[in-house]
Design a binder for this molecule. Structure first.
Ligand SMILES: Cc1cc2nc3c(=O)[nH]c(=O)nc-3n(C[C@H](O)[C@H](O)[C@H](O)COP(=O)(O)OP(=O)(O)OC[C@H]3O[C@@H](n4cnc5c(N)ncnc54)[C@H](O)[C@@H]3O)c2cc1C
Length: 550
C-alpha cells in the first residue's frame, strides 16, 4: 500500500539489517526505555547532534506512558504540597507542547466544583488557581472564571445539586499520552536517532568498571544483541530500580510504585458537557473527562508491589472510582457492569518516609552510579522536554568529545507535517469531515483520525478509499498498514492499544475485527501458524485485561 506522507520509514520490516548495522556502531548515547522520558531524551539528543540509540523492551509507551490521565497539566493539587518549582515548570511546558504539536495537545477548560466539605473552599480555590495561572503565565483571556451555583449548573447540569455550592473554571490541556510518545520517537528517528522496540536490556557492558554498552534479548528474534555507547541512560520508569540492581548501584533513594486506575464509561451513562476535577470522599481528587463517545474517570492512588508487567483494575479500584463518581454527579447509579474498559498504570515515585502515595513528590530524580550509569525517574508526562534537556546537558558536559550545543526542542515542530497553529488544525478537521464523509463511519471518526494522525489523516483516508476492503475494514486496513510502515508497529496490541487507543475508546471495533487485524499482521510479517496462534492468544488476553475487573 502506498502512502503520500512526509514521514520517513520507521518499521520492523527490515529490522535485522538495522540491528546488524547498529551492533557495529559506537553511539554517543544509548537510552533504555521507550516511554515519554526516554523518547524525549532521544529527540533532544539527536537534535543536538548526538549519535543516539534507544531500546524498549516491549512497545513504545507500553509502560506508564499509555496509562496516564492524558492531561498536559501543571498539577493544581501540587500547590497544596508547595511544589512551586514543579508546578511552574510543568505549567509553562503546557503551552510549549501545544505549540509544538497542536493536533495532539488541545486546550481544555476544566471545571472545579466547590462542594460541601470539599478539598477546596471558594477562597482557597481562587487563590490556588490565581497562583497556578500566574506561575504558568496563562494569558489574560484564558485565566480562571468563577461561577455561582446556578451558572455552574448551566455549564454542567449533571453535578449533584445537593452538595454543589459554586465552581471555578480554569485552563488545562489534554493529549493522548501514547500518541505523544510515538510522535516523539518518530521525530527522533527523523533527526537521525535509531530505535528498536522489543529489545530488552539484560546486562551492561563495562570497560574499566564504566558502563559502555548494553546486552539485550531481542524479543522478536529471541537472540542476544550487544550495543555499545559512550554513555548509557536508563529511563526505564517503574523498572529503573531493576536496572540499578543489575548495575549493582541501588543505594540511597529508591522508587516507590503507586498504582493509578482509570475506568471508561459509555458517554450516555455519564454525558458530561465539560471535563471536571472533583472531590472524592476521602480528601483526594479525581478527573472525569469526556472523549468522543465515552467518558473516562480516574485516578486511584495506592501502593503497589505486584507484577509490573501486568497491572489490573481490581474490584476495589473500580468501586472506589464509582463511589466518588456517583457521589458527585446526579445520574442513574453507575455499577461495575457499566464499565466498558479500564487501564492501570504505575507512578515511579521517589520513596519518602512516612508519606502516603498521594503525598509523594511528582518531581523527577536523577541518579548517577559509580560506573556512570545515569538513571532518571519520577516526573510528569508534561515535563518530558525539560527532563530531557537536563539529561542531555549532563551527557554533553561529561563527554569532552561532544560539541557543546544548547537544547533545540523549545520551538521544534514534532510532527513531520505539522499544523502551524490551532486554527489550521480546526480548519483541516472541518475539511476532513466534508471530504471523507463517504468513508467515515461514526460522527467522531474525522476527529479521531485528525487528532490521532494529524495531517497523515488524509494519507490514511485516501488509502482507505482506494483499497479493496469495505466498511470499517477499509479504514482499519489502511490505518494498520500505515502504522506498520511508519510507526514501528509489530504486534496487533501495538496497533489497537498504543497507536490508535481503540482498545480503550472503541473496543467494539477491535473485538469484532480481531481476526481481520491479526491477518494483516501475519501476512505482513510472514508469521508461521504457531506465531499466529500465539499473537491471537496475546491479543485476547490484552482484551480481557482491559475489559475485566479482576
Ligand atoms: C495513573 C497515572 C496518571 C497520570 N496522569 C498524568 C497526567 O495526566 N499528566 C502528566 O503529565 N503525567 C501523568 N502521570 C505521570 C506520567 O504518566 C509518568 O510520569 C510518565 O508516563 C513516566 O514515563 P517514563 O517514560 O518515565 O516511564 P514509562 O512510560 O513506564 O517508560 C519506561 C519504559 O522503559 C521500558 N523498560 C523497562 N525496563 C527495560 C529494559 N530492561 N530494557 C528496555 N526497556 C525497558 C518499559 O517497557 C517502559 O516502556 C500519570 C501517571 C499515572 C500512573
Amino acid at each position: 500500500m502506498e502512502f503520500e506522507t512526509k514521514d520517513i520509514s520507521f518499521n520492523n520490516l527490515k529490522r535485522e539489517a538495522r540491528i546488524a548495522y547498529s551492533e557495529t556502531q559506537i553511539y554517543d548515547l544509548i537510552i533504555i526505555g521507550g516511554g515519554i522520558t526516554g523518547v524525549g531524551i532521544a529527540l533532544d539528543a539527536s537534535l543536538r547532534g548526538l549519535r543516539t540509540l534507544l531500546v524498549e523492551k516491549k512497545d513504545y509507551a507500553s509502560g506508564t506512558s499509555s496509562k496516564s490521565t492524558k492531561l498536559i497539566h501543571g498539577g493544581l493539587r501540587y500547590l497544596k504540597q508547595l511544589e512551586l518549582g514543579l508546578v511552574k515548570e510543568t505549567g509553562l511546558e503546557r503551552a510549549v507542547a501545544h505549540n509544538n504539536i497542536p493536533h495532539l495537545v488541545h486546550p481544555e477548560k476544566m471545571l472545579l466544583p466547590i462542594v460541601n466539605k470539599g478539598t477546596f473552599g471558594k477562597f482557597s480555590a481562587m487563590l490556588a488557581i490565581t497562583v497556578y495561572d500566574k506561575l504558568a503565565k496563562v494569558p489574560e483571556k484564558d485565566r480562571k472564571k468563577s461561577f455561582s451555583k446556578k451558572e455552574t449548573q448551566e455549564l454542567e447540569p449533571l453535578l449533584n445539586s445537593q452538595i454543589l455550592k459554586s465552581s471555578i473554571q480554569y485552563s488545562e490541556y489534554r493529549t493522548d499520552d501514547a500518541r505523544l510518545t510515538i510522535e516523539l520517537i518518530k521525530a527522533a528517528i527523523r533527526e537521525g536517532a535509531e530505535a528498536f522496540n522489543y529489545m530488552e536490556v539484560e546486562e551492561f557492558i563495562y570497560e574499566n568498571n564504566i558502563v559502555k554498552g548494553i546486552i539485550c534479548i531481542d524479543r522478536v528474534a529471541q537472540i542476544k544483541r550487544e550495543f555499545k555507547g559512550a554513555q548509557v541512560v536508563s529511563a526505564a520508569g517503574p523498572w529503573v530500580d531493576v536496572l540499578r540492581t543489575t548495575n549493582r548501584s541501588k543505594v540511597g533513594k529508591s522508587l516507590q510504585l503507586t498504582k493509578g486506575v482509570h475506568i471508561v464509561l459509555p458517554r450516555e451513562k455519564l454525558p458530561l458537557e465539560s471535563s471536571v476535577y472533583f472531590d472524592a470522599f476521602d480528601g483526594r481528587m479525581l478527573f472525569a473527562i469526556p472523549r468522543a463517545n465515552v467518558t473516562y474517570v480516574g485516578t486511584s492512588d495506592t501502593n503497589y508491589q505486584g507484577n509490573k508487567d501486568k497491572i489490573c483494575c481490581t474490584l476495589e479500584d473500580a468501586n472506589y472510582i464509582l463511589k466518588a463518581t456517583n457521589n458527585m454527579f446526579g445520574i442513574k447509579k453507575l455499577e461495575v457492569e457499566d464499565i466498558i474498559s479500564s487501564w492501570a498504570g504505575l507512578r515511579p515515585l521517589i520513596h519518602e518516609d512516612g508519606k502516603s502515595p498521594s503525598e509523594l513528590s511528582r518531581k523527577d530524580e536523577i541518579f548517577i552510579s559509580e560506573s556512570k550509569l545515569i538513571s532518571i525517574a519520577g516526573g510528569k508526562l508534561t515535563g518530558f522536554r525539560k527532563m530531557a534537556e537536563r539529561i542531555v546537558n549532563l551527557v554533553i558536559e561529561s563527554n569532552k568529545n561532544l560539541e557543546p550545543k544548547g537544547c533545540q526542542t523549545k520551538f521544534y515542530k514534532i510532527h513531520s507535517d505539522s499544523f502551524q497553529d490551532y486554527n489550521e488544525f480546526e480548519t483541516y478537521l472541518e475539511q476532513i469531515k466534508k471530504e471523507y464523509d463517504d468513508i467515515l463511519h461514526s460522527k467522531y471518526d474525522a476527529w479521531y483520525f485528525v487528532t490521532t494522525y494529524g495531517k497523515n489523516a488524509k494519507t490514511i483516508l485516501n488509502s482507505a478509499r482506494s483499497n479493496s476492503e469495505e466498511g470499517i475494514k477499509s479504514l482499519l486496513s489502511a490505518e494498520i498498514e500505515y502504522c506498520i510502515q511508519y510507526e514501528s508497529c509489530y504486534a496487533p496490541d501495538d496497533y489497537f492499544n498504543r497507536r490508535s487507543g481503540r482498545i480503550y475508546f472503541e473496543i467494539d471495533s477491535v473485538k469484532s475485527n480481531l481476526d481481520f487485524i491479526i491477518d494483516i499482521f501475519s501476512k505482513r510479517f510472514a508469521w508461521k501458524i504457531e506465531q499466529i496462534v500465539e499473537m491471537k492468544n496475546l491479543a485476547l488476553s490484552y482484551l480481557e485485561e482491559v475489559e475485566a475487573i479482576q
